[in-house]
Design a protein around this ligand. Structure first.
Ligand SMILES: Nc1ncnc2c1ncn2[C@@H]1O[C@H](COP(=O)(O)OP(=O)(O)OP(=O)(O)O)[C@@H](O)[C@H]1O
Ligand code: SF4
Ligand SMILES: [Mg+2]
Length: 346
């Protein structure tokens, strides 16, 4: 019997007990603390949570990048089904194999395109290099593919864009070029870390539509990290909520957003300007009380307890909740979710 978490199911990625610890001068920072989740082929999983909750670190670990500085320790298992059908544990790959996985199997896009584009190379050479590094393609064929990708990204004059340097392009165009580089090898998973946060809403909508089109055509899965719950509801199939390095709720988007079980998710949703609940004139949005706890010193028990209106002393501050099922495909980490759901919690 195989012990692989993805054997026998349709998961593309199965992350189990992922923990990422950074060594800092102020002490160890446990940025990701025992997180488990799956990403299915072709689906969009939204990863949401306040700043500092560990979203980017979890995504970087998935790319096998978090350990590169030598100051981060990654534990746990990141099982990835490769295009050829076999699987690997990203956390145990050699540097050489990791380079093959990155870009070819998993690609990443960021809020700031210049963090992945090289300012001294033209757009053409960056896309061509990404293609020829991972596939047996002639440089002429890679060049043709690069043009096709830029066209697909809705870039008005792809031939001119090809010979441009990143600094000669607008922010929206750079974003499209970065996405073209990321999609050039048709990855099975695209990790998108706040890719549209810095863009105006029209360009944001165009980029999202573009990603959706590519997803429909290639069956690529997307891990979409965002602060914007409205956007998550719009584009994702499932949502995962992180708080203080831990996964606190996950499930189908419709279920998590309609029936949130974790008080943190509930308050996050109430802080949204709108989501199927038009605001009455003069009605205030609910602010989340308190601050995100420091990663250097997490609260005991449930990390959300200092901010939770349902907190019970001697219970929530002492016992860390484990993730448990609270409905079909819906899981939550809260000691009192049953009482809260039944309206019996004060
Ligand atoms: N290289 C690093 N060295 C030390 N600590 C780090 C490092 N990277 C992240 N952290 C810490 O890990 C925690 C999680 O950070 P992370 O960037 O993953 O959060 P995030 O959810 O992506 O936040 P944001 O929404 O602001 O992007 C934070 O406390 C952060 O300060
Ligand atoms: S475990 Fe307690 S403190 Fe944590 S979310 Fe549930 S009720 Fe609130
Ligand atoms: Mg981040």
């Amino acid at each position: 019997m195989s012990s692989s978490p993805i054997a026998g199911n349709d998961s593309l990625v199965a992350v189990r007990d992922l923990a990422v610890r950074f060594a800092t001068p102020a002490g160890p920072v446990l940025a990701v603390d025992g997180v488990s989740f799956d990403i299915m082929r072709g689906e969009t999983l939204a990863l949401v949570g306040e700043s500092g909750s560990g979203k980017s670190t979890a995504a970087l670990a998935l790319m096998g990048m978090a350990g590169l500085s030598g100051k981060a320790a990654i534990e746990g298992r990141i099982a990835l089904r490769l295009k050829k059908g076999n699987e690997c544990d990203v956390n145990r790959l050699s540097a050489r194999d990791l380079r093959q996985v990155r870009g070819n199997e998993i690609a990443m896009i960021f809020q700031e395109p210049m963090s992945s584009l090289n300012p001294v190379y033209t757009v053409a050479s960056q896309i061509v290099e990404a293609i020829t590094e991972h596939t047996k393609t002639t440089s002429a064929a890679a060049h043709a593919r690069a043009l096709e990708l830029l066209h697909m990204m809705g870039i008005p004059n792809p031939a001119k864009c090809m010979i441009s340097y990143p600094h000669q392009l607008s922010g929206g165009m750079r974003q499209r070029v970065m996405i073209a580089v990321a999609l050039s090898c048709e990855p099975s998973l695209l990790v998108a870390d706040e890719p549209t946060t810095a863009l105006d809403v029209t360009i944001q909508a165009q980029i999202i539509a573009l990603l959706k089109r590519v997803q429909t055509r290639t069956g690529m899965a997307i891990l979409f990290i965002t602060h914007n719950l409205g956007l998550a509801a719009e584009i994702a199939d499932r949502a995962m909520v992180m708080y203080a390095g831990r996964m606190v709720e996950q499930g189908a988007v419709a279920e998590v957003f309609r029936n949130p079980r974790m008080p943190y998710t509930q308050v996050l949703l109430r802080s949204l300007p709108r989501l199927g609940r038009p605001r009455e004139p003069g009605q205030k949005l609910e602010a989340i009380p308190g601050n995100v706890p420091s990663a250097l010193k997490r609260p005991s028990g449930c990390a959300f307890h200092p901010r939770c209106t349902f907190m019970v002393q001697g219970q929530c501050d002492e016992h860390a909740p484990v993730i448990e099922s609270c409905g079909p495909g819906h899981a939550v980490a809260c000691l009192r979710w049953r009482e809260i759901a039944a309206g019996r919690a004060a």
